[in-house]
Design a protein around this ligand. Structure first.
Ligand code: NDP
Length: 319
């Protein structure tokens, strides 16, 4: 027997619990589409951040978790419905609806907005989780200003590691780039920009961190291991910025919509995916900017497009 919820065809299901999803929920609820938000089980990125100083409208900054709670409350005020749980399937039905599965329950909808984000990869070494948000960060654009005149390590050798280092250069006293090989993967132009800043930036080649050290409250250093000799040493740092890539959370959509070679959802300028009726917003479709404000912006776009699509269905008798 299908569950009661399965017989209702919803206008919009939003999958994800970050700021992109909350913004899509705000816009679609204000358009009286009564969205259902399947918010996931893991905290979104802002909920694990401390102060956010680059979201407009908060001259003194705002705590990441407060920003997220406020966005959710704002959407709920206009009728957005939230449920915890992880969407584990998303398929198209022969009637042309989408069926989203969550913990054994099935929900039918005319449109889906994907805001499942991209998880920053971590090293999985001792101390990393303990000091997450207390010296361990995955976003220099967000956190660099907290490391004014401090010493930091950036882990990785791709374009993100170069960008993180450049963002930190403006604030930190010293930046070590710790890379596991003897050459960078980053584009030549980005490498050149970084490598000429010898006054503050030093590369530690062929090396991996094996432990994050701390005072109990904040990061105080790293244990580093030289890859070839396995020799270990300690490096005093106040922060570690991970730039070892992101994994977009798109596994359940891979048969339904086009993904790029890294697994990100391919969208056009209007947040539309390759499947009519499915939209994507936030980091799940953005390997470049990955900012709270750009996520909110694409959440708005996705919502407006979903609204327009539903209007079209009504106008053509296909609702
Ligand atoms: P990448 O996958 O390009 O680079 C990841 C880096 O982290 C690599 O140097 C890799 O080492 C290293 N790494 C991966 N796993 C580990 C691990 N477990 N331990 C230690 N090191 C590890 O990711 P990025 O986030 O840098 O870039 C993603 C995409 O976004 C790229 O296409 C990039 O060009 C693009 N981008 C573009 C920007 C721009 O144009 N301004 C800015 C940022 C990103 P190894 O080299 O040995 O594989």
């Amino acid at each position: 027997m299908p569950k009661k919820s399965a017989s209702v065809v919803r206008n919009v299901i939003i999958i994800g619990g970050g700021i992109a999803s909350h913004t899509a929920a705000l816009y679609t609820s204000r358009a009286t589409l009564q969205p259902l938000v399947i918010a996931g089980i893991e905290p979104d990125q802002l909920s694990t951040t401390s102060i956010v100083e680059n979201f407009p409208g908060f001259p003194e900054g705002i705590n990441g978790p407060d920003l997220i709670t406020n966005c959710k409350k704002q959407a709920e005020r206009f009728g957005a419905e939230y449920m915890d749980g992880k969407a584990d399937s998303c398929v198209k039905t022969k009637e042309g609806f989408f069926e989203v599965g969550v913990d054994g329950k099935k929900f039918l909808t005319r449109t889906v907005i994907i805001g499942t984000g991209a998880s920053a990869r971590s090293l999985g070494i001792p101390g990393e989780k303990d000091y997450w948000g207390r010296g361990v960060s995955t976003c220099a654009t967000c956190d660099a200003a907290l490391f004014r005149n401090k010493t930091v390590a950036v882990i990785g050798g791709g374009d993100s590691a170069m960008e993180e280092s450049l963002a930190l250069y403006k604030f930190a006293a010293k930046i070590y780039i710790v890379h596991r090989r003897d050459e960078f993967k980053a584009s030549k132009i980005m490498q050149d920009r970084v490598l000429k800043l010898k006054d503050k930036i030093e590369v530690i080649w062929n090396t991996l961190p094996t432990k994050v050290l701390g005072t109990g409250k904040l990061v105080s250093g790293l244990t580093l291991q030289e890859v070839n000799t396995k020799k270990e040493r300690e490096l005093k740092v106040d922060g570690m910025f991970l730039a070892i890539g992101h994994t977009p959370n798109t596994a359940i959509f891979s048969k339904l919509i086009a993904l790029d070679e890294h697994g990100y959802v391919v969208t056009d300028k209007r947040s539309r995916t390759s499947q009519e009726g499915i939209y994507a917003c936030g980091d799940v479709q953005d390997p470049i900017f990955k900012q709270a404000i750009t996520s909110a912006g694409t959440g708005c776009q996705a919502a407006l497009e979903a609204e327009k699509y539903i209007e079209q269905l009504k106008a053509t008798g296909k609702y």
